[in-house]
Design a binder for this molecule. Structure first.
Ligand SMILES: [Mn+2]
Length: 328
């Protein structure tokens, strides 16, 4: 069951779905498994209800999701020019997160904001913010339920992939009884757990392994081995034949060292003088607050931010704050 305060907004979302005809779906830049899966499941549901649906993101979906049913329907665009009855926006703390692909004041009569991040805002007419939900996909389950629409196998596959990727295969702290209960409902629809796990986690490209090996050479422990740092430079991408898309899992390696409470990955980007910083933590250490100090955000145990300047500069500004975050 969704938390009480959300049942009302879920009902309002269902009404908006029922009474409108054209829908636009989008999510955050650098779309991940949960965002893409949410878009596909929701688009499929809307189409079954006879609605017209467009999906577009400011940036393309990563290759490892290319097997998801319906993914070819997602367009990549800087801006869309049509107007819609409803715009549904997934996992965006504000409209900048989706690259302002659509002007929500002019191009949509009703804006539905669905998010589960600690850093969120209420920019929509309807805002479904589920802080105890593991993922956006988990929240969509309640919309199917409220509409009394059975979930098709393809839709269940998408929702399961969204939940599995956002919970790190149901291992992160955001995995709760509700998450596993909903996952079990999806399995009843015929989701092939083993195949999905193999597709997403069982294989890695040669270039991503080469990049990982280069990043691991930079692994360094500080603050009585409680903080692990990793770095990736532009040269690393080049020498590994890799790119920024293949950095996803690298920061997690830092937490494999038993003494560490926080892992930080500093990586150069294609944009000159822009460094992306990813944080992971455990126990009492809140890296969401840490990332927010630098204009970023995320979750308590997983967050990120962007810093302008060199990689060395980024380390100099972040590490003192990271040390403080350990003590809070
Ligand atoms: Mn998510």
């Amino acid at each position: 069951m969704p938390p009480k305060q959300n049942r009302k907004v879920i009902r309002a979302i269902c009404r908006a779905i029922q009474k409108n005809r054209t829908f636009f779906l989008t999510g955050h830049k650098k779309p991940d498994g949960d965002t893409v899966a949410s878009e596909l499941a929701m688009a499929s549901l809307l189409k079954r209800l006879g609605k017209k649906v467009d999906i577009a993101n400011a940036e393309p979906a990563p290759d490892y999701l290319s097997f998801l049913p319906g993914i070819q329907k997602i367009k990549t665009a800087k801006k869309v020019d049509r107007c819609y009855d409803v715009a549904m926006i997934f996992e965006c703390s504000d409209t900048e997160r989706m690259g302002n692909i659509l002007d929500i004041r002019k191009q949509a009569k009703t804006v539905i904001n669905i998010d589960h991040h600690l850093k969120h805002s209420f920019f929509g007419h309807l805002n479904l913010i589920g802080l105890t939900s593991s993922s956006n996909s988990e929240q969509l389950y309640y919309i199917y339920d409220a509409l009394k629409m059975p979930i098709l196998k393809e839709e269940a596959t998408c929702l399961y992939v969204g939940m599995m990727t956002d919970t790190g295969r149901f291992q992160y702290s955001n995995t709760n009884p509700e998450t596993l209960w909903i996952a079990s409902k999806l399995l009843e629809k015929g989701v092939e757990v083993h195949t999905l796990c193999e597709k997403i986690y069982g294989t890695k490209t040669f270039s991503s392994l080469k990049l990982l090996s280069r990043a691991l050479l930079s692994l360094h422990l500080i603050e009585k081995d409680q903080i692990a740092t990793l770095q990736i430079t532009k040269d690393d991408y080049k020498l590994a034949g890799s790119n920024e898309e293949e950095t996803e899992d690298i920061v997690n390696q830092g937490l494999l060292v038993p003494s560490t409470l926080m892992a930080i990955l500093f990586r150069e980007t294609e944009t000159e003088n822009t460094v992306k910083v990813s944080f992971r933590s455990r126990r009492h250490v809140n890296v969401c607050a840490l990332a927010e100090r630098f204009g970023g955000g995320g979750h308590k145990y997983a967050s990120g931010c962007e810093i302008s300047g060199s990689l060395q500069n980024a380390m100099q500004s972040v590490l003192p704050q990271a040390r403080k975050a350990l003590k809070n």
